[in-house]
Design a protein around this ligand. Structure first.
Ligand code: PMP
Length: 417
């Protein structure tokens, strides 16, 4: 703990933890140590309250009601859009589209932009480190249009190899689709540089921000990305709510992704006119309660401060890596350049399947993820079936790392016999 206690903590994670009811519970007879926030974060009481309050006192469908309850629900729903626009530094709330999750946001871009803009021989730049959600939609778009996927090479320590970027970009590149941060090994990528490089060859830049906006300050105008996708459930909000940020001009030029109610201006017998932004991309009744409660999560993150959260996670990861290096027979993945690394530690215990490690840790009340983390091409590149992943957030502290280390030692003891 000496390393940790020497740090001036910017974030009072101990009092933050009190806001999360699930973190006060027991798991398998032990206090829950939750180390799987990269999959989905826990929710503070006030987000849970907002969700319940919506259904108890404010529930009505939005946009169409001729009565006060519906106007109020509409205001709350669109209020989150305004907060989200401010959170991301977007020019206007019209550039914020609510979807179900990051996966749907990326699919929206791949279908609505990709199918109308990609031609045979055009190139989409991805990487082998991407989550399946930032690969498969582009595979589908490429298959339908005749475009081809190119891959940005990776360095030995799992960064994008920026020294090779000019060799994989060309005037044929129409889209660069890369992540803000890797969910598998925690690398934070230089997305400002990637935006510049993409634009220099006339391509667009779409950021998979599922692990970005929850852990890092994001300013879409400073980054100058064209699209940025995220999931509310990874940033203290409810499941079933995602966001696509897109530059107004691009969104205006794209066809709707889904057709139905709410996304139209008028409908004739054989034709329709789409609504203006953002409604053009929000067909049907959305997850109103989820979007309303998401505003409270955004406010919580704003108050904690994304820079503080990022710094806190970096300190925990540094501590975790130092401690894990002292345990023999543990293989660590990810860069040792901590400035380019977020709150993820991916590892394997030699000779033990990741799922067995996960199960033994679970017996100790420690929740981690084991497997390929939806990054099969990357695992194949490393020639492993998967890793164990511990991921940290604003409510984790060094005692969680200590519990993890004790758990790993227990795994080793069990498998020694
Ligand atoms: N991209 C990355 C980098 C992710 O970590 C995830 C979630 N694990 C996704 C995309 C997909 O997010 P969702 O399941 O919320 O659509």
């Amino acid at each position: 703990m000496s390393f940790w206690t020497s740090i001036d903590m910017g974030l009072d994670y101990k009092s933050i933890r009190q806001d999360f009811p699930i973190l006060q519970t027991m798991m398998n007879g032990k206090p829950l140590v939750f180390l799987d926030s990269a999959a989905s974060s826990q929710k503070p009481q006030r987000v849970i309250d907002a969700f319940e309050d919506y259904y108890r006192c404010r529930n009505a469908n939005i946009h169409r009601g001729a009565y006060r309850l519906s106007y109020e629900a509409t205001d709350l729903y669109d209020g989150t859009r305004k907060k989200m626009a401010a959170f991301l530094g977007a020019e206007s709330p019209d550039e914020i589209i609510f979807t179900r999750n990051t996966t749907e946001s990326i699919n929206l871009v791949a279908y609505s932009w990709g199918l109308s803009n990609l031609k045979p021989g055009d190139e989409v730049l991805v990487s082998e480190l991407e989550h399946h959600s930032n690969l498969v939609p582009w595979m589908i778009a490429a298959k339908k249009t005749g475009a081809v996927l190119k891959h940005l090479p990776l360095t030995e320590d799992h960064k994008y190899d920026y020294s090779k970027i000019d060799s994989v970009l060309s005037p044929k590149t129409r889209m660069v689709a890369l992540a803000h941060m890797s969910n598998a090994v925690g690398t934070i990528h230089d997305i400002e540089l990637l935006a510049k490089k993409a634009h220099a060859v006339g391509a667009l830049f779409s950021v998979d921000g599922a692990q970005g906006a929850c852990h890092l300050p994001v300013d879409v105008r400073k980054i100058d990305c064209d699209f940025y996708s995220l999931s509310a459930h990874k940033m203290l909000g409810p499941t079933g709510v995602g966001v696509l940020y897109g530059k107004r001009k691009l969104l205006e030029g794209m066809d709707p992704f889904l057709g139905g109610g709410d996304m139209i201006l008028t409908v004739q017998k054989d034709s329709y006119l789409p609504a203006e932004l953002p409604m053009k991309f929000e067909a049907g009744t959305p997850n109103i309660a989820g979007v309303v409660a998401f505003a409270i999560a955004l406010e919580y993150l704003r108050q904690a401060g994304l820079s503080n959260i990022h710094q806190h996670e970096q300190e925990i990861v540094r501590y975790a890596v130092e401690e894990m290096k002292r345990v023999q027979g543990v293989t660590l993945y990810g860069t040792s350049d901590f400035a380019s690394r977020g709150g993820v530690v991916s590892f394997n215990v030699d000779g033990v399947h990741p799922h067995d490690v996960g199960s033994i840790l679970d017996e100790e009340g420690i929740a981690v993820r084991a497997g390929h983390h939806c990054c099969e091409p990357f695992m194949r590149k490393l020639d492993i079936s998967g890793t164990v992943r511990a991921s940290f957030y604003l409510y984790n502290g060094p005692e969680d790392v200590d519990a993890l280390i004790r758990g790993i030692k227990r795994v080793k003891e069990i498998f020694k016999k």
